[in-house]
Design a protein around this ligand. Structure first.
Ligand SMILES: C[S@@+](CC[C@H](N)C(=O)[O-])C[C@H]1O[C@@H](n2cnc3c(N)ncnc32)[C@H](O)[C@@H]1O
Length: 289
């Protein structure tokens, strides 16, 4: 049974979440606080959200509790090859272009960032796309690993651990993963673990995971990158924070770099550092020169 949150408690917790993560909870989101945080309230021996808030902001265990609140309140919904077209654009337009530059000695590597990677489906879908591209074009896996770097980051440590483990159940692999890739890159474990699929090390080792809060400054900390996937996360942020973040992102994209946001998200109105690209019904962005 969830605890009830009163208006004042909601405001305190909502402001805490926004300050820590940038995630904005509108006034209609009291159920989110109640459904996602009640378990933590009980586990921490509190009887009300007010008591929990005091503990959260005063406890010496603050960091651990803060992380648990962020893990619980953030939405980690994701799937393989989400929206398909960004991965098609990667394979058919961007990789051939950057790859030609590598062959011409104008570029050393291709650095990709999945900036809110949740349980890993996005960076691993990128890795499969890239490896396929290399193999189809007659290049080796070694060349691929040498030339491609993929970083997956998220604010949620719990989610990142799942991503790094590379283990998925039947439901997760049924969401968007083409059967060809399931056969090629996954194996089913023994009876003990039942419906668990293990991702092949070839793909797993192509991605590095790291805890990173998009509220923190990026320049000089991570990057620079050639391609950034910032998908289905800015939708949770305030208008002001979207502006700050997208302008920060522009500063860590290499010249000619590409940015993908989610299908329901846009850069328009938040940053004029990008040109809008539209191809085959998908919209993405390129850093203006
Ligand atoms: C809905 S998932 C999107 C996953 C993936 N990008 C996709 O499109 O399928 C949103 C992710 O953003 C993460 N997130 C939310 N706020 C964040 C922040 N301030 N910094 C980094 N990640 C954040 C959440 O933890 C969650 O895993």
């Amino acid at each position: 049974m969830p605890f009830r949150v009163c208006h004042n408690e909601f405001r305190l917790l909502r402001d805490f979440v926004e300050q820590e993560s940038g995630v904005c909870l509108g006034d209609d989101k009291t159920y989110l606080i109640e459904n996602r945080l009640s378990k933590l309230v009980a586990e921490n021996g509190c009887k009300t959200f007010g008591e929990f808030y005091l503990k959260l902001t005063a406890s010496p265990l603050y960091d651990k509790l803060r992380a648990s609140v962020i893990d619980a309140i953030t939405t980690h919904e994701t799937l393989w090859f989400r929206d398909r077209l960004p991965f098609k654009m990667l394979e058919e337009k961007i990789l051939p272009e950057f790859h030609r530059e590598i062959r011409a000695g104008k570029r050393g590597s291709i650095n990709l960032w999945s900036a809110a990677c949740a349980t890993g489906q996005e960076p691993y879908s990128i890795a499969m796309t890239v490896l396929d591209f290399y193999l189809k074009n007659g290049y080796t896996e070694t060349a691929c690993c040498r030339e491609i770097q993929i970083l997956g980051t998220d604010i949620s440590g719990k989610t990142l651990s799942l991503a790094a483990a590379g283990k998925y159940d039947d439901n997760a692999v049924a969401r968007g993963l083409p059967p060809l890739y399931l056969n090629r890159y996954f194996s089913k474990t023994g009876q003990k673990t039942g419906n668990e699929w293990i991702l092949d090390d070839r793909i797993k080792n192509m991605v590095t995971f790291r805890l990173f809060n998009l509220k923190d400054p990026v320049a000089g900390i991570i990057g620079p990158f050639d391609i950034i996937f910032l998908r289905n996360v800015i939708i949770y942020f305030s208008e002001a924070f979207k502006k700050t973040l997208l302008n920060r992102i522009a500063r860590i994209l290499n010249p000619g770099g590409y940015l993908f946001v989610g299908a329901g998200e846009t850069v328009g109105g938040y940053s004029d550092a990008f040109s809008l690209m539209e191809q085959e019904g998908t919209v993405f962005y390129r850093l203006k020169s």
